[in-house]
Design a protein around this ligand. Structure first.
Ligand SMILES: *[C@@H]1O[C@H](CO)[C@@H](O)[C@H](O)[C@H]1NC(C)=O
Ligand SMILES: *[C@@H]1O[C@H](CO)[C@@H](O)[C@H](O)[C@H]1NC(C)=O
Ligand SMILES: *[C@@H]1O[C@H](CO)[C@@H](O)[C@H](O)[C@H]1NC(C)=O
Ligand SMILES: *[C@@H]1O[C@H](CO)[C@@H](O)[C@H](O)[C@H]1NC(C)=O
Ligand SMILES: *[C@@H]1O[C@H](CO)[C@@H](O)[C@H](O)[C@H]1NC(C)=O
Ligand SMILES: *[C@@H]1O[C@H](CO)[C@@H](O)[C@H](O)[C@H]1NC(C)=O
Ligand SMILES: *[C@@H]1O[C@H](CO)[C@@H](O)[C@H](O)[C@H]1NC(C)=O
Length: 789
């Protein structure tokens, strides 16, 4: 019996529904969140039982009995997070939410999953083969740091996770290697732990079979993200022979652990559920990890305490763990950024300077650069071209056929030709599968307008090239212009030092932050386009039958891929500066980021228009600079509570988060929350913002330099800050005022830099006059699956 509690419940469920108790049938898995625990970190088994009992008691007082409460609770979060996941009626949930000890009650919601040359691109190889002066060398490659992810599990046999050369497991580690005897799964001194959590997923699927009883990664996403954050250096990594080089994790000497909370689709219910995410967080915090990377998100923001990601991350940061989260893949829609909690490092995605170029050549002499990871066409000659629209099946619409959606193409028309498909609606690789099924020899994937210049090298199942919007329009026009259009796709080759780079990926979710516009999100950007990292050797129990290729390394794109780059850097900073708080580490990463590309001009977005902080946050990470930021904007756990007070969260409930007594300050002001960026979403007249800097470098005198946003005057007081000791803190005030005749109608952007001539501590300034024009075009898409659209 896999889930005794659950199956008893389901038995009850069936009986009750048969005997016309319709209300019971509507019971859904809810999370009841109670804040923090009274017990300290050294928790005994008796403490854990006592907490579980208190949960049964609390719920029992609302249900018929203690026993019934026990049956409906599937998780008691009893280590760091205080709460439980239980099957409840809507009315019961509403009643429980009124209890004074209850912070929030919310449904078990689903989230979706949102090289490696990437480190060289960030100059981590500076100093030659021995990495002299690089953060890698200085931070001993992340030795003794433990990095975890919450994802689809891990493929333990990857070389990225081999323990050759690793010493004993750090003594602070309290985790386990959870496996199931029917699956070959083992941990080692590198991959020191693995666990899985599936009860939240089971709540929508009924009983799961044994293939769901393992931390093994059937999907590849979890192995990819974990090896990016903390995988070993593995030479000879390539995808179908392309991009050959050494695969590198950010913290290659760190230990890693996988918490599997995301599950493959059964009847489209796949994903990562809040109840499992919270269980994963509670255990990871307990097990002693230092950094958690989570590339998972939802399609909208919810309140900080009705969101499993936000609650889990809050407790992690409270225990000193750095939280790296993906910003989402719902760009380029404004306001699409997710994972916006101020205790997270929220990461957008941008390109590398590497391309896998496959050119589209037309018989009329035009030639367009595209990207692909596919094989070459069988013969070196022109092939007939056809557009999806021209190849439409009788029962399909022209629009659907142009997108090469399933069942829309007429094989008789497509056979032996190169098919041109429009990006959107279905997955990019999926379009190639449809093309191949219809008998095409190749595919030209043409961007739609919103995706502009955002082209991706995908492992297509047939010879293919993905071209930008302008090229796509030209190819379509050519196909329309002649009766016998002919074309060719060159075999992909790897090109480095591509310019301009980085630029923002079109899919990278954008600000403004729709939950708390005073907090700039995303915080930073990192490589997330065409990232090569470790993959899986498994076939998923619900595998798409078409693509049977298995590779030890694969290329993926998404903010899912950029997030673990930041986790890897955070791991190094943890080794180098064990005393730094998560906020200090975030500040070091963001204030040293750059906003220029490799042409020394401002970073662009995928339409090749200058990108803004709503796209890249403070800019692109520069790991080597982050190790010596000079000054940091620090925050304590109490500062986050003050933040919640300032937002007007229930004062008595905020006290539940803290083990020690806590009271909201009399004048909690959001403007003075010590965030490393400055955002004023509704400026009328003038506003004064206070910030505090902490010296983490050598003694020095720092001077402020301001780049005023257009139409806004900015004054800083004092103008000079003198630091004599490490740890010394100094405050300053920034006054922003709208210039009378030049009021900003939309968001405008500027910057503040503190410098002692050696360090540059940069913060973006983002301002809009009251009532900014904010249009939210279209609906927000599903998030964070390695962007396959
Ligand atoms: C999985 O766990 C079982 C029981 O704990 C253990 O006997 C077995 O060796 C483990 N399997 C592997 C492959 O490590
Ligand atoms: C990748 O590079 C390594 C080392 O340079 C070489 O030994 C190997 O054959 C290469 N593999 C491919 C597929 O090009
Ligand atoms: C999926 O849906 C089908 C059709 O509705 C149903 O027969 C099947 O039992 C479902 N499978 C699971 C695992 O829920
Ligand atoms: C069109 O008909 C074919 C064959 O019956 C079917 O497989 C396909 O799904 C249909 N397409 C649409 C868009 O309805
Ligand atoms: C090609 O022709 C189709 C239908 O005749 C039309 O809808 C489409 O806009 C044309 N495309 C271009 C790029 O001219
Ligand atoms: C488990 O269930 C999945 C989906 O419902 C199915 O595809 C798979 O074959 C099953 N595996 C086992 C070991 O029973
Ligand atoms: C680039 O920025 C411009 C101006 O803000 C915007 O209109 C456009 O949609 C952006 N493009 C992408 C792909 O983000």
């Amino acid at each position: 019996m896999l889930f005794p509690k659950l199956s008893v419940f389901f038995l009850l469920f069936v009986i009750f529904s048969m005997f016309q108790a319709p209300a019971f049938a509507t019971r859904k898995l809810h999370i009841v969140y109670l804040g923090s625990h009274a017990h300290g970190p050294d928790v005994s088994a008796a403490d854990l039982d006592r907490v579980a009992d208190s949960h049964y008691d609390l719920l029992g007082s609302f249900l018929e009995s203690y026993e019934m409460a026990k049956d409906s609770i599937v998780y008691s979060y009893n280590r760091h997070i205080n709460g439980f996941a239980a099957y409840l009626e809507e009315e019961e949930a509403a009643e429980i939410a009124m209890h004074p000890k209850v912070v929030s009650v919310f449904l078990n919601q689903r989230r979706k999953l949102h090289t490696t040359h990437s480190w060289e691109f960030m100059a981590m190889d500076k100093g030659g083969v021995d990495h002299r002066n690089s953060l890698w060398k200085e931070a001993r490659f992340g030795e003794d740091t433990i990095i975890a992810n919450l994802d689809t599990g891990v493929w333990p046999k990857l070389e990225s996770f081999s323990d050759k050369g690793f010493g004993p497991i750090p003594s602070k580690w309290k985790g386990i290697c959870q496996n199931h005897t029917t699956h070959g799964f083992s941990c080692n001194r590198k991959l020191i732990g693995a666990r899985y959590f599936n009860k939240g997923f089971a709540s929508v699927n009924g009983q799961l079979n044994s293939s769901y009883e393992t931390a093994l990664d059937h999907e590849g996403h979890g192995s990819h993200t974990l090896s990016t954050a903390g995988g070993n250096f593995v030479p000879g990594a390539n995808v179908f022979g392309l991009g050959n080089g050494t695969a590198k994790g950010g913290s290659p000497s760190a230990r890693v652990a996988a918490y599997k909370v995301c599950w493959p689709p059964i009847n489209d219910t796949g994903g990562c559920y809040d109840a499992d995410i919270l269980a994963g967080f509670d255990m990871a915090i307990h097990d002693g990890v230092d950094v958690i990377s989570v590339s998972v998100g939802k399609d909208s923001v919810s309140n900080y305490f009705e969101d499993g990601m936000s609650i889990g991350a809050f407790h992690a940061v409270k225990e000193g763990i750095v939280m790296a989260c993906s910003a989402g893949n719902a760009g380029p829609t404004p306001g699409s950024v997710t994972n916006v909690s101020p205790w997270m490092v929220t990461v957008g995605a941008s390109t590398l300077d590497r391309e896998f170029q496959a050119f589209v050549e037309l018989q009329n002499g035009l030639r367009f650069k595209g990207e692909s990871l596919s094989r070459a066409l069988p013969e070196d000659r022109f092939y007939s071209l056809i557009s999806g629209e021209q190849a439409k099946a009788a029962n399909a619409s022209a629009e659907d056929a142009m997108l090469c959606l399933t069942g829309t193409l007429e094989p008789e028309k497509v056979k032996g030709k190169i098919l041109a498909c429009l990006r959107g609606e279905s997955g990019r690789v999926e379009k190639g599968e449809q093309a191949a099924l219809a008998g095409a020899v190749g595919m030209i994937l043409c961007n739609d307008k919103p995706n502009g210049n955002d082209i991706l090298a995908d492992p297509h199942v047939l010879p293919a090239s993905h071209i930008n919007y302008k090229a796509g329009t030209a190819v379509m026009a050519y196909i329309n212009s002649t009766d016998d259009p002919l074309g060719f796709i060159t075999a992909p080759t790897t090109q480095l030092s591509v310019k301009p780079s980085p630029f923002m990926a079109a899919f990278s979710s954008k600000g403004p932050n729709m939950l708390t516009p005073e907090i700039l999100k995303p915080d930073v950007t990192a490589p997330g386009v065409n990232i090569i990292a470790g993959y899986t050797g498994a076939t998923s129990p619900t595998e798409e039958p078409f693509d049977k290729r298995r590779v030890p390394f694969n290329i993926m794109s998404g903010t899912s891929m950029s997030c673990p780059h930041v986790a890897g850097v955070a791991g190094l900073l943890k080794t180098l500066h064990p005393g730094w708080s998560p906020a200090a580490i975030r500040s070091a990463i963001t204030t040293t980021a750059k906003t220029r590309d490799n042409t020394f001009r401002s970073m662009l977005n995928a339409s090749f228009v200058k990108a803004t902080p709503f796209e890249h946050g403070a800019g692109h990470i520069r790991p080597n600079r982050a190790m010596d930021p000079g000054l940091v904007y620090d925050l304590t756990a109490n500062d986050y509570l003050d933040f919640l007070c300032a937002l007007g969260y229930d004062k008595t409930k905020i006290g539940l988060f803290s083990e020690s007594p806590y009271e909201c300050p009399k004048s909690a002001n959001l403007m003075n929350f010590n965030y490393p960026s400055i955002t004023v979403p509704a400026l009328s007249g003038s506003v004064t913002v206070t910030r505090k800097l902490k010296n983490v470098g050598s003694p020095g005198t720092y001077a402020a330099r301001i780049r005023e946003p257009s139409g806004i005057s900015v004054h800083v007081e004092p103008h000079l800050l003198k630091f004599e000791n490490v740890g010394e803190e100094k405050s300053f005030e920034l006054t922003l005022e709208a210039k009378k005749h030049d009021v900003a109608k939309d968001y405008v952007f500027g910057g503040l830099t503190w410098s002692d001539g050696k360090h540059y501590v940069r913060s973006p300034i983002v301002v809009a006059a009251a009532h900014p024009k904010m249009t939210l075009a279209g609906s927000v898409k599903n998030l964070d699956e390695a962007s396959g659209y």
